[in-house]
Design a protein around this ligand. Structure first.
Ligand code: ATP
Length: 613
């Protein structure tokens, strides 16, 4: 008898308004698709099914045997029979439980394997999603799909499906057994079942409503506490003399909570009174009807038969009650599958062509051919960008904040695709080359350096897992981070902390330069940090990148004059267009955007620097 669950359990039996609104559409395709995940495990499923059928039937046998114990053993005064029947009864119970163990192992095994497949598939799919997907979707949402939705699938497979099956079987077998004994009593039993089931559902619903109300009040109490007991909140209360007002608000919410809590507990109590009365009505009605049949109508019913009927009646409540909840669980399960499949169906926006082309050699040469680009349809970010970067040369891209500098470089490793025009890498359109080959040959040092929680060595080896100790030190030397590493007690094995938090901005950037150096790409893209570093770290970074630029094809998004001067050519970008290009001297003389930037940004930076020194 499973009448009262905890609050949480109760809540699970009813759909929330939101769930009612977003009912999933159950189509044959959806079912077929769910089925396709079960198919690889059909052998285990059939075995599991067999276990469920077998153990549900066995579980009912003792109740049925009780009739024989009474009639043949006790009333028939047959000791041998009595012992055999008691032994049989115990054996059957034991067997049914034994099979139950096997069944739950199978269940768990199947559910775990299906979710294992789904998790991996989801992870692989998410990894292929474009940068656009990650910038537009909420990270929390993505992680929820990966964790709780897929965990939900597990409980559906190991819980819902199994319970539907075993309840249906229990119900059918019990009813057949009853009907074979006496039709009238069976009908009577069916008539009393609702007496139990209806109050259970009503009480469940009442409690659920109260729990939801309590939740809302609880939220508002927490809100008041957060507002008034936080550092800034209490200050506001004090300065405006609102102590009494806030106390009143708190007291009122608290009072509502008390009333709700009392109502919730009492709903449970009243329910028990009603329930236990109704539960005893069933057996009493059967005894009465059975008695009438035996005494008045001379029926062939025995005392044992009536006892069996009463025992079986007790076995009907549970399955009926949980089958009534199945609809809710079913809707939830379908909603969950629909959500997961929605993710699976999101097209992979950026992928390698089926037959990728390969340039003769990767030299890092880049050409933009009348490139247009927009993140969102209405707003064009890049307009008619055309330039060539010869291999071995370097270009500095400068321009006001938001002019589209980072966007330009994002198009080269295909974080996004152009809306019009072409981006060529070593003479071939990037969209016609293998995505992984392009990305292998491009090294990017981003503004926000991303290091994962691990040692310096692990972070460096991410770029080149097979790099030798010498190669690592060589890269660190070039990136000007070797002295720093040597100073660490653990050297290369020093931890960088979560996201590299234990390192300064400059150290992080130099470490990520070393990482890119280990990768040894044909093209280097350096997105200089706008956040101001002190002049010493800037100089260290400058020393790290100067030789780099000299030896390989590079694009620098530059904010400081020294970086700009290190490049062979300067592109000036404004509002997504290249408005000027050339070398520093000529651009300053031209008196355009660059000259303006020079006056306002670079020159001031230099002055600040000299003042600092
Ligand atoms: P900064 O020097 O400040 O880094 P930037 O020149 O590199 O700026 P971009 O980052 O290329 O500028 O951005 C160009 C424009 O595109 C900006 O107006 C920005 O708001 C917009 N933008 C950038 N990323 C996205 C995105 N993922 N979705 C929509 N709009 C974006």
């Amino acid at each position: 008898m499973p009448p009262m669950g905890s609050g949480g359990h109760m809540r699970n039996r009813f759909l929330t308004e939101e769930e009612k609104k977003n009912r999933p559409k159950v189509t044959p395709e959806l079912l077929k698709r769910i089925f396709s995940y079960l198919m690889p495990y059909w052998k285990q499923l059939i075995l599991g099914l067999g276990c469920i059928v077998f153990s549900s039937v066995l579980a009912l046998l003792p109740s049925i045997l009780t009739g024989r114990i009474i009639d043949d053993g006790l009333i028939g005064r047959n000791m041998r029979m009595l012992l055999i029947l008691i032994g049989l009864s115990l054996l059957v119970t034991f067997l049914s439980n034994l099979i139950g163990v096997g069944q739950s192992y199978l269940n768990t095994w199947i559910a775990q394997h299906i979710t294992f497949d789904m998790r991996n598939q989801m992870f692989r799919h998410l990894q292929m999603m474009s940068q656009r997907f990650f910038t537009t979707n909420n990270q929390g949402d993505i992680i929820t799909r990966m964790t709780s939705d897929i965990a939900g699938v597990e409980s559906v497979i190991s819980g819902t499906f199994t319970s539907i099956l075993s309840n249906v079987i229990t119900l059918t077998v019990a009813l057949i057994a009853m009907a074979r004994m006496n039709g009238i009593l069976t009908l009577l039993s069916l008539a009393v079942v609702p007496l139990f089931v209806i109050p259970t559902r009503l009480a469940g619903k009442t409690r659920w409503t109260i729990t939801q109300e309590a939740q809302a009040v609880n939220d508002s109490i927490n809100g008041i506490l957060n507002e008034t007991l936080s550092v800034s909140g209490q200050l506001l209360v004090k300065l405006f003399g609102k102590e009494d007002y806030e106390y009143g608000r708190y007291r009122e919410a608290n009072e509502r909570m008390v009333r709700l809590n009392i109502r919730e507990r009492m709903a449970g109590r009243w329910f028990f009174v009603v329930l236990s009365t109704f539960t005893s009505i069933g057996p009493m009605a059967l005894y009465l009807a059975g008695g009438i049949l035996i005494m008045k109508y001379d029926s062939s019913l025995t005392v044992g038969d009536i006892t069996v009927m009463v025992a079986l009646l007790g076995r009907l409540y549970g399955p009926v009650n949980s089958l009534l909840n199945i609809q809710v669980e079913w809707i939830r399960a379908m909603a969950m599958f629909t959500r997961i499949f929605e993710y699976f169906d999101m097209p992979v926006e950026i992928k390698s062509p089926p037959h990728p082309l390969r340039p003769k050699a990767y030299t890092g040469k880049v050409s933009f051919d009348h490139v247009f680009f927009s993140y969102e349809p209405e707003r064009e970010i890049l307009k008619d960008i055309t330039f060539d970067l010869e291999s071995g040369h370097s270009i500095a891209i400068v321009g006001p904040s938001g002019s589209g500098k980072s966007t330009i470089v994002n198009l080269i490793p295909r974080l996004y695709d152009v809306t019009k025009g072409r981006v060529l890498f070593d003479g071939l359109d990037v969209r016609r080359q293998s995505l992984s080959a392009i990305r292998r040959n491009i090294g990017v040092v981003t503004q926000e350096t991303y290091l994962f929680n691990g040692t310096i060595r692990e972070n460096l080896l991410y770029a080149a897992p097979d790099a030798s100790e010498e190669a690592i030190w060589e890269a660190c030397r070039k990136a000007n981070i070797d002295e720093f590493i040597k100073k660490q007690p653990d050297g290369l094995d020093a931890m960088v902390g979560n996201r590299g938090l234990k390192l300064s901005g400059g150290e992080k950037q130099r470490l990520s330069i070393a990482r890119v150096l280990l990768k040894d790409p044909a093209l280097l893209i350096f997105d200089e940090a706008t956040s101001s570093l002190d002049s010493i770290s800037e100089e260290l970074i400058q020393k790290a990148i100067d030789p780099l630029i000299a030896e390989r094809t590079s694009i620098l998004i530059a904010h400081r004059l020294s970086t700009i001067l290190a490049a062979d050519e300067i592109l000036v970008v404004r509002d997504g267009r290249i408005v000027e290009r050339g070398v520093h001297k000529d651009l300053v003389a031209a008196g355009g955007t660059y000259a303006e930037l020079y006056e306002t940004q670079f020159r001031r930076a230099i002055e600040n620097e000299s003042r600092e020194l």
